[in-house]
Design a protein around this ligand. Structure first.
Ligand code: PBG
Length: 328
């Protein structure tokens, strides 16, 4: 890039001097159309339960999710992502509850699609909210068995799609699952259901508060490094993306968000496919607690979200979706 001119002819501060000029020369902006709100659901009635590790985020019993959905509707947030807090007595080694058509996710999908048909619903495909060991797949001698896990994930994806989920989001990081899920959906007349692949999901330290929110944290006996990505790598991320696109992913996701802006930018430039970013629970809590303690300003929320737009993300999954939608 050639820089033309020099000081004192050029004074870059001239385009920063007033609010209106800064607005005119902004290269990026954030719009409600860029936002996806995650919602945690739990069993019971009349429950809105705070999540300690995520101040300002709650688990809702299904009879109460209308409270948050009314806000989603009011601010025109396009889509919500559903995550279940499964009671311990419904967890087992195989994550069987994931295939129950009356589990929390299936009930939520039906509830939302019936009462809020214009809100998109996205659901995670992975077994961790349902397993006693907290892993995303089937354990075999302390290892996650890729192909056995896919057999269950395909059924989970098909069930969610039949219940009315619009966007199937495999977050498990098994090899080859996108292709098998796409084929199965098509065979079952569900060819319009979208697949949003968590194609690049790092074995990150920033998922802690989420694991607490879905109740898998204390259960996890060893880490997820044999299936989630090594955070030292980027070439591997592009291989993941290439494979998932070939297998039929419509949209790809990078997760976590802020530490991986380089990956988002590179995918956007090289693959020409919509890229979503997931600003994960640890990122949320860091900022939220920083604000609560008075160490950083509320504007840091917008700053963090705009950085995703600058990098090239089409949309952002963020626990700040409602807070920020109110402001913009
Ligand atoms: C699990 C899943 C995780 C998140 C979304 N789906 C956690 C994990 O892989 O352990 C994390 C989201 C967040 O931290 O906000 N399949």
């Amino acid at each position: 890039m050639k820089i033309l001119g020099k000081y004192p002819n050029i004074r870059l501060r001239r385009i920063r001097n007033s609010d209106w000029m800064r607005r005119l020369t902004s290269e990026n902006s954030l719009n409600v159309n860029d936002l996806i709100l995650p919602i945690f659901v739990r069993e019971g009635k009349n429950k809105i339960e705070p999540i300690k590790s995520m101040p300002g985020v709650f688990r809702y019993s299904i009879d109460k999710i209308n409270i948050i959905l009314n806000k989603v509707k009011k601010y025109k947030i396009p889509m919500v992502a559903i995550f279940p807090y499964t009671p311990n007595n419904k967890k087992d080694k195989f994550g069987t509850e994931s295939l129950n058509e009356n589990n929390l996710v299936c009930k939520s999908i039906r509830y939302i699609k019936k009462r809020y048909p214009k809100i998109g619903v996205m659901t995670d495909v992975a077994l961790d909210p349902y397993t006693t060991h907290g892993h995303d797949g089937i354990l075999n001698n302390n290892k996650i068995d890729n192909d056995k896990t896919i057999n269950v994930l395909v059924k989970q994806a098909l069930l969610q799609a039949k219940m009315g989920s619009d966007v199937i989001a495999p977050s498990d990081m098994m090899d080859g699952r996108i292709g098998v899920i796409r084929k199965t959906l098509d065979k079952n007349g569900l060819k319009d259901i979208c697949i949003l692949s968590y194609a690049v999901k790092y074995a990150s330290n920033f998922y802690g508060p989420f694991r607490d929110a879905v109740g898998s944290k204390k259960k996890l006996k060893f880490d997820k490094k044999t299936y989630q990505m090594n955070y030292r790598n980027s070439n591997e991320a592009f291989r993941e993306i290439g494979l998932d696109i070939k297998e039929g992913a419509d949209i790809v996701m990078v997760k976590p968000g802020l530490p991986y802006l380089d990956i988002i930018k590179n995918i956007k430039e090289n693959f020409r496919i919509p890229v979503f970013a997931y600003q994960v629970s640890g990122e949320y809590s860091l900022i939220k607690i920083g604000i609560k303690m008075g160490y950083i300003n509320e504007d840091s929320i917008l700053e963090s979200l705009i950085s995703f737009k600058r990098a090239g993300a089409s949309a952002i999954i963020t626990y700040f979706a409602l807070d920020i939608a109110k402001k913009i």
